[in-house]
Ligand binder design. Sequence first.
Ligand SMILES: C[S@@+](CC[C@H](N)C(=O)[O-])C[C@H]1O[C@@H](n2cnc3c(N)ncnc32)[C@H](O)[C@@H]1O
Length: 293
Amino acid sequence: MPRERADILNAKKVLADVWPGQAQENSVALLKALHILTRDGALNQDARRKLKQVLHLVQLLRPSLDALLAENPDAVIADLGTGKSYLGFILYDLVIGPLGHGSIVGVDVRDELVRQSRKLATESHFTRMSFVSGGIADTMLPDGRADMVTALHACDTATDDAIRFALHHEARVIALIPCCQAEVATLLGARNGPLDQLWRHNIHRREFGAHVTNVIRSLVLEAHGYKVRVTEFTGLEHSLKNELILATRHQKSNPLARRKLDQLVDQLGVTPALLDVVGRASGEANPARPEGL
Ligand SMILES: C[S@@+](CC[C@H](N)C(=O)[O-])C[C@H]1O[C@@H](n2cnc3c(N)ncnc32)[C@H](O)[C@@H]1O
């Protein structure tokens, strides 16, 4: 048997327990080009972990994606902080390509990665896939259209930029898997009340800061009229950054969520920069908290 054929068969065997259905030859070629599979069709531990993460995410996004594309066949999916674009390419290979409609735009600040992704999209004949080189905060897509926004492990406040981007583009669906996040931890100060105990030790400050960041992000989206689901993204053995915030727009705004957001940030005494989207400037003085908090 020719070597190339044997490698493809090997790859199909290796993918049998992770890939949905039997992997086709073009999927094997794509995974090799993404360096998820080695040239001879093997899958090392790290690559297997990444592939499982991305496939799991595709599965979690599938219902929202199907609903969106059924309603709007030309829907644009913007993948922000796209990196090597594992998510975008696999989403195209498994969903957008076979459906024959919808498109994906990847955005990343790293020009070299964007060039590589453009080349791979062309070689793969993924004609409805394109890339923009630039910061998320400075990017507006043609006609201001992004119907769904995904941001998988966009670093630190890049996830907040993804939220601003999604709101500017009035995205129907937003899927965020936040990465490391440091801003809120630096804002938690001494309030001389029992809540201070939550962040007295550095490790607690970091973890509590990250938790509060995602709670604020979820409330910001709710305040903008999104229905928000927060779930575990994948098993902790696959990633420590393991929270999926999935938001679907269902009304123009939600004043109750807005009030809860205000109460929370007032009690904690933090005003992260993201609150500009609800009209609060960062560093804005927080009203004095009631005695004892
Ligand atoms: C940890 S990687 C994740 C890549 C990819 N989403 C994945 O999960 O494989 C984060 C990516 O976000 C990009 N990035 C970070 N901040 C950004 C910003 N403000 N605008 C655009 N891209 C950004 C980085 O260049 C990097 O490629």
